[in-house]
Write a protein that binds this ligand. Structure first.
Ligand SMILES: NC(=O)c1ccc[n+]([C@@H]2O[C@H](COP(=O)([O-])OP(=O)(O)OC[C@H]3O[C@@H](n4cnc5c(N)ncnc54)[C@H](OP(=O)(O)O)[C@@H]3O)[C@@H](O)[C@H]2O)c1
Length: 336
């Protein structure tokens, strides 16, 4: 089977050369383990942080060792009671085509409910991140204005729709005309600013005439510097990500506007969070998101590249905006 290892730590933007495909034997399985075939693999922006040797909330990947992340897989050999052959499961595992796992490392998915891939997107980490960031930190209220950056992405597309469910007016910041059309026409956002062809500050000023009450922060950098002056008194900023800084080279610095004094004057709350902080509330959020999707009240998109060999391309594409909604790689078809 094939496995993807971290060949070397990137300085700046990763390239195809950051990754190496190697051939490994399919691991041996003990009686109390199951053998899985990888079906879908998630590539996520935070993985870029793990490619650098810097302390963070999650350990760096090791050079020469497999990268890992959340996958969806099918059980193809099992002698344990809890799981049978054919079951579809999810867990966090190395990027490889076959996996040996203990049942307690896996969550079985209900394949009759929704497409199984949604467990990596709207009904997985991105959906939960949007939910907790928006509802527990952003707390949008009826009639308020919410701005979401990376608004057509996996987290942003859900965060914006959730804000609308609280009666807020929602404007998204995106990197293309296609994405602007998508968030307005398909997701129902009220307006969009395309940071690649318009001035973000001017665009937002026009499109948010009452100022901004919640800014769901996914990107950081100059885009966000243009948002700060438009924040209203008592605005909230769920600080979910800062993707514009993830690929800075070692000799580049992430320098921008100083916010302390203006934030103090306007009593603005900015709170960084990691979705795992809310793990004890996951099951309630999951139920609510599932209901919304089933009732067709929460739309989601997946950009799926086919083939294990396309994992590096899918990952790098996150940083050039190739994806709409959740970026996934389909590795194999499930057996019937
Ligand atoms: N705190 C948590 O627990 C948590 C959990 C999950 C994700 N996150 C964070 O949430 C953010 C979104 O993650 P996601 O999985 O939903 O990814 P995503 O938004 O689906 O994909 C990344 C998108 O970011 C935009 N982008 C890339 N480089 C950019 C740059 N230099 N400046 C501005 N925009 C850029 C691109 O869209 P455009 O075409 O619009 O530029 C790209 O499509 C990331 O910052 C991620 O690290 C945080």
């Amino acid at each position: 089977m094939r496995q993807i290892i971290l060949k070397g730590r990137p300085d700046g933007m990763p390239s195809l050369d950051t990754f190496q495909f190697i051939n490994e034997d399919v691991p041996d399985r003990n009686q109390d383990e199951v053998l899985l075939k990888t079906l879908y693999l998630s590539v996520d922006p935070y993985m870029r942080g793990r490619m650098s040797d810097e302390p963070s909330y999650v350990k760096p990947f090791e050079v020469g060792k497999p990268l890992n992340g959340r996958i969806i897989a099918q059980v193809i050999e099992s002698k344990v009671d809890k799981l049978k052959e054919g079951d579809i499961v999810t867990g966090i595992f190395p990027w490889q085509e076959y996996i040996v796992a203990f049942p307690n490392e896996l969550r079985r998915l209900d394949v009759h409910e929704l497409p199984i891939s949604s467990a990596l997107g709207v009904l997985g980490t991105p959906g939960l991140t949007a939910y907790f960031g928006m509802y527990h930190i952003g707390e949008p209220k009826e009639g308020e204005t919410v701005v979401v950056s990376s608004a057509a992405g996996a987290v942003g597309s859900i965060a914006g729709q959730l804000a609308q469910k609280r009666g807020a007016r929602v404007v998204g910041i995106v990197g293309s005309r296609t994405k602007a059309d998508y968030i307005i026409e398909t997701l129902g956002f009220d307006d969009a600013v395309n940071y690649k062809n318009e001035d973000v500050g001017k665009g937002l000023k026009t499109k948010c005439p009452d100022g901004i009450d919640v800014y769901f922060e996914n990107v950081g950098g100059e885009i966000s510097d243009d948002v700060w002056p438009l924040l209203n008194t008592f605005a909230r900023v769920p600080l979910c990500g800062a993707i514009s800084a993830y690929n800075l080279a070692s000799d580049e610095e992430d320098i921008g506007t100083r916010v302390q004094w203006p934030f103090l004057k306007a009593r603005i709350k900015m709170q960084g969070f990691i979705v795992g902080d809310y793990s004890e509330h996951f099951s309630d959020a999951y139920k609510e998101l599932t209901q919304l999707v089933k009732k067709d009240e929460l739309h989601f998109e997946e950009t799926i590249l086919e083939g294990f060999d396309r994992v590096p391309e899918a990952f790098i594409g996150l940083f050039s905006g190739d994806n709409i909604g959740k970026q996934l790689v389909k590795v194999a078809e499930p057996d019937k």
